[in-house]
Design a protein around this ligand. Structure first.
Ligand code: SF4
Length: 303
């Protein structure tokens, strides 16, 4: 099952997720990644899942459920899929399409071209210099910071859809004022609809990763605002309904492989669907999912 949810998204509303990349195939290994260590570090594009399989799953899910976006948000980097452009074009018959990318392959013309049909593209901008970029995003060795930034800028000049950026603030890593001014300056050139500031609110890959203090977050907001950016601070967990489709277990595992869920949300979903608590215990004892605590909150994620 490659399509999951819909899940509530703080940026996209009711979002039907499309997982077009195998687990943790990525060009980055971000320290805050919520799906764990990158298993296959690559910048080579290739075919993974047949486009017709993805489209069929989307078609079946939107038959019974209305969604705000069909969103490519895999547990890896979606632009590594060489068929992404075709998949976006095909899925547009079923609703608006969004792609959440780290932006690292936007220096490639085929990637820029393939994203043109998407209604919304979200690009990651966590750093404005090579040193901090390497520290926070841990890129593939063949990527160069300036090539990536130039690619994002070129894409923003051509792209006609809604472009947004996401900047994850990590305490002591990218939250100093100098870096924030430079990030804001960089984003200013991109003409974005929204510049989101996000915080690591779900269990990260590296345990020292924490959100900055309240005052630092407010300072970041003010710096972005001073550049006239349409800044939005996402400092709260998503609210709304999760959906697993007909098969609860499979649906839950598909969500958890991309999106760790708070224990309270899992329990609420089970209650609504009349699922016995033993189902969750079985998934945990068989090693399919794990429970973990982050900043005093319990989460479940796929193991
Ligand atoms: S956060 Fe996204 S870009 Fe970063 S390692 Fe995880 S999947 Fe890759």
């Amino acid at each position: 099952m490659f399509v999951f949810g819909p899940v509530p998204s703080r940026r996209l509303g009711k979002s039907l997720g499309v997982n077009n990349i195998p687990r943790k195939v990525c060009s980055y290994n971000c320290i805050y990644c919520q799906v764990g260590e990158t298993k296959k570090f690559t910048i080579e594009r290739r075919s993974y899942i047949k486009p017709e399989i993805l489209v069929k799953e989307v078609r079946e899910r939107v038959k019974n459920e209305s969604v705000d976006y069909i969103t490519f948000v895999p547990d890896g980097e979606p632009t590594l899929d060489v068929n992404l452009g075709l998949e976006i074009a095909l899925m547009k018959s079923y609703g608006k399409v969004a792609v959440i990318t780290n932006g690292s392959l936007l220096y490639r013309d085929d990637v820029k071209e393939g994203l043109q049909d998407a209604d919304l593209v979200s690009v990651k901008v966590d750093a404005a210099d090579e040193e901090i970029w390497r520290k926070i995003n841990v890129p593939h060795e063949k990527l160069s910071f300036y090539k990536v930034v130039d690619g994002v800028e070129e894409f923003s000049e051509r792209y006609k859809g809604k472009l947004i950026t996401e900047t994850m603030l990590v305490d002591g890593v990218n939250d100093d004022e100098k870096n924030l001014y430079r990030i804001a300056e960089l984003i200013k050139k991109l003409n974005v609809s929204k510049a989101y500031l996000t915080l690591p609110l779900r269990p990260p890959r590296i345990s020292f990763v924490k959100p900055p203090s309240r005052s630092k977050v407010q300072r970041a907001y003010m710096i972005f605002s001073s550049f006239g950016l349409p800044v939005v601070l996402l400092d709260f967990p998503e609210e709304g309904e999760f959906s697993t489709g007909k098969d609860f277990k499979t649906g839950l595992l598909s969500i958890l492989s991309v999106h760790p869920m708070r224990e309270e949300d899992v329990l609420k979903l089970m209650k609504e669907k009349g699922i016995n608590y033993r189902v969750l215990e079985e998934l945990e004892s068989s090693g399919k999912i794990e429970k973990m605590s982050y900043m005093g909150v319990n989460f479940y994620r796929k193991k």
